[in-house]
Design a protein around this ligand. Structure first.
Ligand code: GCW
Length: 683
């Protein structure tokens, strides 16, 4: 059903049916000039499906160009005629994953040329995106290369079918401790990923438990089947591995990375995987973090641990992606000197230069954990001799769990545009993670997926925009959040202007709204322990996880300055360190992340901290109401089922925003004893 959300942004509906002439009519012939491999076949299938949907006609495929309106695909330098459609300049500028698209103005023939089948697949999706959004195809002259090399998705799926931090049903990859037999769903997921530019996926949770450890061995034949489905969409498969595998699977007595037997075990394990999956991506590793095993047990460090695996993978061209989410999760809340925000940098920065060149460190975007507001992780860019990728979380663990709408692309854009000043002005995060600042061999993006087996993939229909936007942003971080939103809306819901504008407003305001009724001024973790949904100001205040706000009757915030606090600010380049260190220059939205201040402290906005808390919480809840009201007006412009889905979630958000508002305001009124200037109801 078109409104159930399963087709997501690959609806291929006939555009502008109200117009007399379908602008794409006649594009019913595909020419495969050269090449026949699984990826080309996917491209042809997609193009066939897409053109049939969009034109309403029956599409034919052959090797021969028609007089008009053919879509011709092929690789360069094969003598197939593809080269002639492009200038030498264009074809030589195309990188392995890139493509060019050209329309011949006389015949209307559209040629998609690339250096590889993968490039052709991306070119096909680009053309279908233009048609799906009602764009003109008359004069296309497109040249595209991805900015980032690795554009990866991390599934946090467990083999029992559960998904860690999953908010859209169960896993599509596993059930009952087996790999799924429903490869159709995997293929449909692969189409969604490839169409947004994703080229890699780790198919199991970074917390690798007993059964999942055996993906490397016993379950390998089924992993091979998944790899085949993904390969057809140019997506490389990675496995998250259990660092203690030599013990748990191999029966060895140790997992010491410097032990010869352990190294041999990994070398053999890697060889077996590559024998089964020759284009296997490599290993993703969470080690010595949140009770996961790692090299610390043996008195070794992360470089020892990662290099051992890198050596095993190297002969096969594989890589190790080693996560930097390492901190003390057994902290005593009485201990005021340990600061979780410092941990990633303190653990990893001193190891710069020690990692093999097929190791990539995966660094979370912020120093804590995917909060609605955090500063940028100071580790990003601070290791010039080490490959790094940035890790985002598409799953909205702390941003409404796909029950509240929260379009995260604006947050990601802000992070990517942040100037680290590490190599002078303009050393933005996006230039660090694309590898250009430090000239890295490997670089790019990774993110935690937000899908499950719900029919609409993401639970909240509007959360699909985050998955789509992530892929597009990984391909090109210069794209604007608005542009990606409009693309997603149009591809998903059609071109009705009022609807597009309404949804655009909903998406573009959603992050700010969520932030305002939840976490003020950079305070994080005021959530219920464990599941992390809903307000609980002291939920983590006396916990061992190391996330505190230190609110008392005078004030709130964490002193992370170098002068009087934990010294976290010193992990930034001078310009940023000075900016955060001083109360005068620290931006309002991060004030309480860096400073402990009285409730009466006056912000740059002119408001006191306490009044800011009250105002944003009242406004935020009201604006959430506004989202639901705006959507109500769309009832007649959108499919009934899609309308319901969104309306139901928004109704829950409206209610829940009030709960946040009242809990937070009441807590701080009681703590501070300072009344709301406007005398509104606080309990
Ligand atoms: O955000 C936290 C989550 C954990 C997760 C961990 C991590 C997979 O609450 O569920 O574990 O981060 O990133 O490793």
């Amino acid at each position: 059903h078109p409104g159930d959300g399963y087709l997501a942004w690959l609806q291929y509906r006939r555009v502008t049916p109200e117009a007399n002439v379908n602008p794409y009519a006649g594009y019913e012939h595909i020419v495969v000039a050269e090449g026949d491999d699984v990826v080309i076949r996917s491209a042809v299938n997609e193009l066939t499906q897409g053109l049939e949907g969009i034109t309403g006609g029956k599409v034919s495929v052959s090797g021969k160009t028609m007089k008009t309106r053919s879509v011709i695909i092929g690789t360069f330098g094969t003598g197939s005629g593809i080269d002639e459609a492009f200038s030498e300049e264009v074809s030589s500028a195309i990188q392995p994953e890139g493509y060019a698209i050209h329309t011949d103005s006389l015949t209307g023939n559209i040629t998609i040329g690339a250096a590889t089948s993968q490039g052709i697949l991306y070119g096909v999706f680009h053309l279908l995106r233009i048609m799906g959004t009602g764009g003109s195809v008359h004069n296309l002259n497109i040249l595209e290369n991805p900015v980032n090399q690795l554009r990866m998705i991390n599934q946090w799926d467990n083999m029992d079918g559960s998904v860690e931090r999953g908010y859209a049903g169960e896993s599509i990859f596993y059930e009952n401790n087996r790999i799924t037999g429903n490869l159709q769903r995997i293929q449909d997921y692969a189409r969604l990923l490839a169409s947004s530019g994703i080229n890699a996926i780790a198919i199991n949770n970074v917390n690798v438990h007993r059964v999942e450890s055996r993906l490397l061995t016993e379950f390998l034949p089924d992993v091979v089947k998944l790899a085949a489905v993904l390969r057809a969409y140019a997506i490389k498969l990675f496995l998250s591995i259990n660092y203690a595998s030599p013990i748990e699977l191999g029966g060895l007595s140790s997992a010491d990375p410097l032990d010869a037997g352990v190294r041999e075990w990994w070398t053999a394990a890697a060889s077996e995987v590559y024998a089964a999956i020759p284009d296997f991506g490599g290993f993703l590793v969470k080690a010595d973090s949140e009770n996961r095993p790692g090299p610390f047990t043996y008195g070794r460090d992360h470089a020892d641990g990662a290099n051992m695996l890198a050596e095993a993978l190297k002969p096969h061209g594989g890589i190790v992606i080693w996560r930097c989410f390492v901190y003390n999760c057994k902290q005593d809340w009485r201990d005021r000197t340990t600061d979780r925000a410092r941990a990633a940098y303190d653990h990893f920065q001193p190891l710069d230069g020690r990692f093999m060149d097929n190791v990539i460190l995966q660094v979370k975007n912020g120093p804590i954990d995917f909060q609605v507001r955090e500063p940028v992780s100071p580790l990003l860019g601070a290791m010039p001799h080490t490959n790094q990728v940035i890790e985002f979380q598409i799953a909205q663990e702390y941003t409404g769990q796909q029950r509240h709408v929260c379009y995260l692309v604006p947050q990601w854009k802000e992070i990517l545009n942040f100037d680290t000043h590490l190599r002078g002005e303009g050393t933005t995060v996006k230039r660090i993670v694309d590898g250009s600042v430090h000239g890295n061999a490997y670089s790019g993006f990774a993110a935690v997926s937000n899908i499950g087996n719900d029919t609409n993939w993401t639970g909240h229909l509007l959360a699909q925009a985050n998955l789509f936007g992530y892929g597009r942003l990984a391909w090109n971080p210069e794209l604007s959040a608005e542009k990606m939103a409009v693309e997603w809306i149009t591809l998903t819901f059609g071109t009705n202007e009022l609807l597009v504008q309404t949804l655009l407003d909903i998406l573009m305001n959603s992050w700010e709204i969520y932030e305002s009724y939840t976490a003020p001024l950079g305070v994080g973790f005021m959530v219920n322990p464990d599941h992390h949904y809903g307000p609980n100001v002291d939920g983590y205040e006396y916990s061992m996880w190391g996330t505190y706000h230190f609110a008392d009757c005078y004030g709130i915030g964490v002193d992370r300055t170098s002068a009087t606090g934990t010294g976290y600010t010193s992990q930034y380049a001078r310009m940023n360190m000075e900016c955060y260190e001083s109360l005068e220059s620290c931006p309002d939205e991060l004030l309480l992340f860096f400073h402990h201040v009285p409730y009466t402290h006056v912000l740059h906005s002119g408001k006191t901290v306490i009044q800011h808390i009250y105002d944003t919480h009242f406004e935020g809840a009201e604006r959430a109401d506004g989202l639901a009201a705006a959507w109500k007006l769309m009832k007649e412009h959108v499919d009934e089922q899609a309308y319901r889905q969104v309306a139901d979630r928004l109704a829950e958000q409206v209610d829940h925003a009030k709960e946040w508002r009242d809990r937070i305001n009441t807590y701080f009124l009681r703590k501070s004893g300072i009344a709301d200037q406007w005398g509104r109801t606080i309990y």
